[in-house]
Design a protein around this ligand. Structure first.
Ligand code: C5P
Length: 224
């Protein structure tokens, strides 16, 4: 069976990551959460502030940031490490969500992340989710999915997810954050979020999780 690259792009909180993870598991592929990488840089920026508009400061900060992923042997879950520290839970907190889009808009930061993402996906057999996977990271991906869902549904799902992790927040705060990130991510100059002409749109607003996973798996099997 051949191996392909599956790119899943879309707005914040529409179910890209959980779908991508489940698809990777079914196909025996590697999953890569590109958003986690931008979140890790945003966390570094919060802990060690640097001037985002100054190229020298950005470069210096990037030299101090080492991002890696490791599978938790107990849960089997892939977790994000920043300079050797497990930051998986911290990068999902609201303080990072509120900081990440301005960090991700910086060209030098994107270039560094894209280079790592390409290296990780080189071997094929990968499902990667983000905002620019089908447009910039893997423009030749065999399968490109553009995921959407209405804002209310996305916020409701995210609230459930965050609450289960013990994070205290409200539906309104989440809605505001998702809408603001969509605005920044779609309007930025560097690699804005957009649907590629060869991407297949999957609207998850009224789909059960299993159905959205099956749809993507089905589309992948047609290409493999
Ligand atoms: O996917 P997630 O919502 O965790 O991504 C967090 C943020 O990282 C996005 O709102 C966006 O600003 C940025 N991002 C990006 N390009 C990607 C993945 C994420 O700019 N490929």
């Amino acid at each position: 069976m051949g191996k392909i690259v599956i790119a899943i792009d879309g707005q914040s909180g529409c179910g890209k990551s959980s779908t991508a993870k489940a698809v990777a598991k079914i196909l025996g592929y590697t999953y890569l959460d590109s958003g986690a990488m931008y979140r890790a840089v945003a966390l570094h920026h919060l802990n060690h502030p640097f001037e985002l508009t100054d190229q020298g400061s950005v470069q210096k900060a990037l030299n101090q940031v080492k991002i890696s992923f490791q599978q938790n042997p107990k849960t089997g879950k892939q977790e994000t490490y920043l300079n050797g520290q497990n930051v998986e839970d911290e990068i999902r907190e609201m303080k990072v969500s509120q900081n990440v889009s301005k960090v991700a808009a910086i060209r030098e930061i994107r270039e560094a992340m894209v280079a790592q993402q390409r290296a990780l996906g080189e071997a094929k057999g990968v499902v990667m989710d983000g905002r620019d996977i089908g447009s910039v990271v893997f423009p030749n991906a065999e399968l490109k999915i553009f995921m959407t869902a209405n804002l209310h549904t996305r916020a409701r799902r995210r609230l459930e997810e965050l609450s289960s992790m013990g994070n205290v927040t409200t539906l309104e705060e989440i809605k505001e954050n998702l809408a603001e990130r969509d605005r920044l991510d779609s309007s930025r100059e560097e690699s804005p979020l957009r649907k590629m002409p060869d991407a297949i749109e999957v609207d998850t607003s009224h789909l059960q999780f299993e159905d959205q996973v099956n749809q993507v798996v089905q589309l992948a099997r047609e290409k493999i």
